[in-house]
Ligand binder design. Structure first.
Ligand SMILES: *Cc1c(COP(=O)(O)O)cnc(C)c1O
Length: 435
């Protein structure tokens, strides 16, 4: 149909009109356009509590959805394998210099495609296949890429997992030290994905030094809190620090590796050409914008609000009879042990989602249940804090969660809560989403 619309006649080369007519997404692909609209609505009318998620700003989204996606630029600024890098070099240099200033890092690589590839680059820089590495076990709140047996990192390396202690559910440094001395890992990971407490990077450093390991801090979840001064920084303590850029840092989906100058060459070579081809320049631009946003006083306030909201939410949940892993939180994340409510993680997660409260079911340390329907529910405050919600909203949220979890099969009640949630959300516009 569009083939004849511009000329009124027949074109000899159909591609000519494909190029001439450059319709909007809604015109070109109404199906995808509609689905994006529907996701915008979902992200507007629901309370998004998955702690790894956030809202990227309009500015970040604009940079990410730009023509920079068109350019190939294997290599690094000033040393590329393709011509035409006049603009891209400046984009990447801005991203790097802003992140160096934001975190106080000696060297930053902004090219990893996401958090997992950033971690793989660290392995490639420091290890050979078969070497021993150590990280927090998955059931204790560690990440897949820290040596889980289902991950390449558990298959290509001899992975030793340390755990939280059974008594207080916090990282058991006696066990970390004992295992490190026994197994002498090349890499010691300090990083978590479902752990509600502050990480003591200095303690990890001591142990890494005792056994000659590289200390690698993975701050994927907490990098925004670190940037905003709401969580201690591992920069200057760890040899290498990796992060995603899309969690509390509020950038586009991406990954970064920060390191001491002495490791810069090894890390850069591991990312390219070791692991990847061309960097995602549109993402690099989005990361540069996010780094600029994260260096403002407003972002600092945001990071502290994320933590204070989590603390208030945790206290309110305790007041409603919920049981929390470690008894509370120091960061953006809360891990609920649902056993005191006599409901499983999956049943609670599905009922809460229908009520407009979106989290994820999650194993708790020493969970007696299987990972596919565990005893825990994981929530966090990064997204709702990005919408400007505060104390009052956290208290209301805890009340709704109690009602839904205690009446998980009461459809009428769930509908009523969903309506109340959507009504409250109207007062808190979401960044990046047109009203
Ligand atoms: C999210 C996360 C990652 C992986 O990030 P992706 O971008 O999903 O690959 C790595 N480490 C930790 C601790 C994380 O929480």
């Amino acid at each position: 149909m569009w083939r004849t619309s511009i000329t009124g006649g027949t074109l000899r080369d159909p591609m000519a009109s494909f190029n001439l007519v450059d319709p909007s997404l809604a015109e070109r692909d109404p199906d995808i356009a509609r689905l994006i609209k529907e996701e915008e609505v979902r992200e507007t009318v629901k309370l998004r509590l998955i702690p790894s998620e956030n809202y990227a700003s309009r500015a970040v989204l604009e940079a990410t959805g730009s023509v920079l996606t068109n350019k190939y630029s294997e290599g690094y600024a000033g040393k590329r394998y393709y011509e035409g890098q006049q603009i891209i070099d400046q984009v990447e240099e801005l991203a790097v210099s802003r992140l160096k200033a934001l975190f106080g890092a000696e060297h930053v690589n902004v090219q990893p495609y996401s958090g997992s590839p950033a971690n793989l680059a660290v392995y490639l820089a420091f290890c050979n296949a078969g070497d021993t590495i150590m990280g927090l076990g998955l059931p204790s709140g560690g990440h897949l890429t820290h040596g889980s047996h289902v991950s390449i990192t558990g298959r290509y390396f001899k992975a030793v997992g340390y755990n939280v202690s059974q008594s207080d559910q916090r990282i058991d440094f006696d066990e970390v030290r004992a295992l490190a001395k026994e197994h002498r890992p090349k890499i010691l990971w300090a990083g978590t994905t479902a752990y509600p407490r502050t990480l003591d990077f200095a303690k990890f450093r001591e142990i890494a030094d005792e056994v000659g390991a590289k200390l690698c801090a993975d701050i994927a979840h907490i990098s925004g809190l670190v940037a905003g001064g709401a969580h201690p920084s591992p920069i200057g303590i760890a040899d290498v620090v990796t992060s995603t850029t899309h969690k509390t840092l509020r950038g586009p989906r991406g990954g970064i590796v920060m390191c001491k100058a002495e490791h810069a060459k090894d890390i850069d070579r591991a990312v390219f050409p070791g692991l990847q081809g061309g960097p995602h320049n549109h993402t690099t631009a989005g990361i540069a914008v996010a780094a600029k946003e994260a260096s403002t006083p407003e972002f600092k306030q945001y990071a502290h609000n994320v933590v204070s909201n989590a603390k208030i939410l945790a206290e309110s949940l305790l007041g409603k009879g919920f049981s929390l892993v470690t008894g509370g939180t120091d960061n953006h994340l809360i891990l609920i042990d649902l056993r005191s409510k006599n409901v499983t993680g999956k049943v609670a997660a599905k009922a809460l989602d229908r009520a407009g409260i979106v989290g994820n079911y999650n194993s708790i340390p020493f969970d007696p249940r299987k990972p596919f329907d565990p005893s825990g529910f994981r929530i966090g405050t990064p997204s709702i804090t990005s919408r400007g919600m505060g104390n009052e909203e956290m208290v209301r949220l805890a009340g709704w969660m109690d009602q839904v979890v205690s009446n998980a099969s009461d459809d009428k009640l769930i509908e009523k809560v969903a309506a109340e949630v959507a009504e409250m959300c109207k007062s808190f516009p979401a960044p990046g989403i047109p009203v």
